[in-house]
Design a protein around this ligand. Structure first.
Ligand code: IPE
Ligand code: IPE
Ligand code: MG
Length: 238
């Protein structure tokens, strides 16, 4: 698809969904679906950067996903360990800066270290920002922000009257990151699943039928083309 003359959204956020269905379709264990999903993610970081996105945010593991079977959660943790190291190489080779949103405190110490290495190791890169949402939940993020804000206000003696939207947003994990222009969910599901509840207030939503492991450059371009056909009511960028 030719994206010439199209507005490239500055920030695209994705709910990568359908790894399990992909595995079922291919007659392999769910863990293999997640592995295929990680491979797609790796490719898409490069593609998103080549397409000219400034921010690319991906939902990799939700606060609710801990409720999955011990076997599946274990397989996902192993994949995090492996792909975090690979991501550091890919991000470095593509001048991509990595940020993490979510509560990393619940992960095993070696995974926390891996996340820190990824963030620290790419901090000075000046290209696209790749935001990975792991152990992320929109409600959890808002509650943690309220807690941080309350503590800061108690310490500084500031009054509640000085809290406005911008002030509150500065306590969210996404502080400093513009809201997504476009949110893509794969696998046909029409739910937010606790994703970026504050930030998606005015984003355009696009649902792709394809399963995440099958997502690619063409699918991203289709979503961008659909975005360009929308009449934006807020922000008026198109
Ligand atoms: C998305 O794929 C990956 C994670 C939530 C970790 P799913 O595992 O939700 O795949 P489906 O929805 O069962 O197909
Ligand atoms: C959303 O997908 C979470 C991630 C993609 C990490 P889920 O598959 O977990 O969401 P539900 O269960 O369909 O709402
Ligand atoms: Mg799912």
């Amino acid at each position: 698809m030719n994206l010439d003359n199209m507005v490239i959204p500055k920030h695209v956020a994705v709910i990568l969904d359908g790894n399990g269905r992909w595995a079922k379709q291919h007659g392999v264990p769910r863990a293999m679906g997640h592995k295929a999903g990680c491979e797609t993610l790796e490719k898409m970081v490069r593609t998103a950067s080549d397409t000219g996105l400034e921010y690319f945010t991906v939902y990799g593991f939700s606060t609710e996903n801990w409720k999955r079977s011990e076997e599946e959660v274990g397989a996902l943790m192993q994949l995090f360990r492996f792909y975090m190291v690979r991501l550091l190489k890919i991000a470095s080779a593509n001048n991509v800066r990595v940020k993490m949103i979510g509560d990393k405190g619940r992960f095993a110490p070696d995974i926390i270290k891996g996340i820190d290495n990824l963030v620290e190791g790419t901090r000075d890169n000046t290209g696209m920002t790749f935001v990975i949402a792991i152990n992320y939940g929109g409600r959890d993020e808002i509650v943690r922000a309220a807690r941080k804000l309350t503590k800061a206000y108690q310490q500084s003696g500031k009054t509640a009257d000085s809290i406005d939207e911008a002030e509150f947003a500065s306590y969210l994990d996404t502080a400093g990151i513009p809201d997504p222009d476009l949110m893509i969910r794969t696998s046909g599901e029409l739910r937010l699943s606790n994703y970026l509840l504050w930030q998606l207030a005015y984003s355009e939503l696009y649902v792709a039928d394809c399963l995440w492991p099958d997502f690619n450059k063409e699918e991203l371009e289709k979503a961008i083309a659909a975005y360009n056909k929308r009449e934006r009511r807020f922000g008026g960028r198109i």
